[in-house]
Design a protein around this ligand. Structure first.
Ligand SMILES: Cc1cc2nc3c(=O)[nH]c(=O)nc-3n(C[C@H](O)[C@H](O)[C@H](O)COP(=O)(O)OP(=O)(O)OC[C@H]3O[C@@H](n4cnc5c(N)ncnc54)[C@H](O)[C@@H]3O)c2cc1C
Length: 374
């Protein structure tokens, strides 16, 4: 009987294991997980609700190496159909796909229930230290045990979110596969000045990330002032384009032009007209400002850095896609596959990363089925 070892029981690893068991008869699938429990990161996704995918799966929502085969993997996977087949009902909330229960916990429970039913071995507190190709296939070496395998699937994700006890990915990959070094993405920004008086204030803003006069990227959405700088979905999206020395230009009232606001202020019967227009903390901040309306429409903050991996949702970088076949199998080492966030494919906020984790997992399970049944 052929044996498949999957390293990592996160979203991609566990889904891939389930698909391997469903698709391939008479196969031994073992999942090795460093944490005490599987799916720890999945439970934290979407603020505990698990944003599984997005209606608009356009490729510009991803960065890294979005090759033709990665595009096919992204566009061919139908999350709703796949999850329904596993017993999980999903629903759209705007463009975002969530479990019908709106609980990440139910996604985890469904996957674990399926894994149990299919007789998968999920071995927790099994930190893989290295993977060595040999004449039979691979030797997977853990701290306290070794395993022989015909196929190895690396699904170790990234250190983003500090939800994995292990961070030895680069060491395991070693010289088996080339890797683009990981760097933080989808994270908050440190700013100068830090507007501490606005801490906790949320504004629906138009935000531009600028490098001098050059626009790096722009986003619309909720921005949150914090005691270190700024946060919020739009800030996290912009963090992908961070360059040292860049700055933010924030329009805190995008639905009005400066002229329209001036007309509203001039016609106001109030002593402090901005009180009737904006959050009281913003009003207090602007009242000390020489040109409050200009600042309201174009608040400039230097970005002094990004917060680290502990607060990032994903890491950019990972295993070089071009070192793999279109089946995500190493070109140099037959039988060695890579899936999920460990690949140099990173999505935006909005379900893109989980979509890719599940889609790449199914793709590899189908590829291995093809090899075994050839
Ligand atoms: C707070 C937060 C919220 C997020 N929300 C969303 C969201 O709503 N929607 C979305 O699309 N994406 C979201 N993401 C991103 C998404 O969770 C990840 O991209 C996705 O989980 C990646 O899945 P993965 O299986 O590739 O990796 P992971 O989920 O990181 O799983 C990898 C597993 O491998 C294990 N492992 C690592 N090294 C070893 C080793 N040496 N030996 C054994 N096991 C090892 C880890 O412990 C881990 O369990 C969020 C991320 C965070 C941090």
């Amino acid at each position: 009987m052929k044996r498949i070892i999957i390293i990592g029981a996160g979203a991609s690893g566990l889904f891939c294991a389930i698909k391997c068991k469903e698709l391939i008869h008479n196969v031994d699938v073992i999942v090795l997980e460093a944490n005490k429990q599987p799916l720890k990161k999945l439970l934290a996704t979407g603020n505990g609700r698990c944003n599984l995918s997005n209606k608009s799966l356009s490729f510009d929502q991803y960065n890294g190496e979005i090759t033709k085969s990665i595009q096919d993997i992204i566009s061919q996977f139908d999350d709703q159909k796949e999850f329904l087949a596993e017993g999980l009902l999903t629903k759209w909330m705007g463009n975002l796909l969530y479990p019908a229960s709106e609980q990440a916990k139910s996604v985890a429970e469904v996957l674990l229930d399926r894994a149990h039913y299919l007789g998968l071995s999920i071995l927790t507190e099994q930190t893989v230290i290295s993977v060595k190709p040999n004449s039979q296939g691979y030797k997977v070496i853990c701290e306290h045990a070794n395993y022989e395998a015909d196929f190895v699937i690396m699904a170790m994700g990234s250190q983003a979110g500090l939800l994995s006890t292990e961070n030895n990915r680069q060491k395991i990959i070693g010289d088996l596969l080339p890797m683009v070094p990981f760097k933080e993405s989808l994270t908050q920004m440190y700013t100068s000045p830090v507007l501490k008086s606005l801490k906790g204030v949320r504004v629906k803003a138009d935000v531009q990330l600028m490098d001098g006069d050059e626009l790096l990227s722009c986003e619309k959405g909720e921005l949150l002032f914090t005691d270190y700088g700024v946060s919020g979905i739009c800030v996290m999206q912009l963090s992908r384009f961070y360059k040292p020395g860049c700055h933010l230009e924030i329009d805190m009232m995008p639905t009005f032009t400066e002229e329209e606001l001036a007309a509203i202020v001039n016609a106001s019967p109030l002593t402090h007209p901005l009180t009737g227009l904006v959050n009281t903390k913003i009003e207090q901040y602007l009242s000390k400002n020489k040109d409050p309306l200009k600042t309201l429409k174009n608040l400039k903050l230097s970005v002094t850095g990004l917060r680290d991996y502990k607060t990032s949702q994903v890491m950019q970088g990972g295993v070089v896609v071009r070192a793999l076949t279109e089946n995500l199998e190493s070109k140099r080492h037959a039988g060695l596959f890579v899936i999920g966030e460990l690949l140099n494919v990173t999505g935006n906020c909005g379900g893109y990363n989980l979509h890719f984790a599940f889609a790449s997992a199914k793709h590899v399970a189908c590829a291995i089925e093809g090899i075994i049944n050839a």
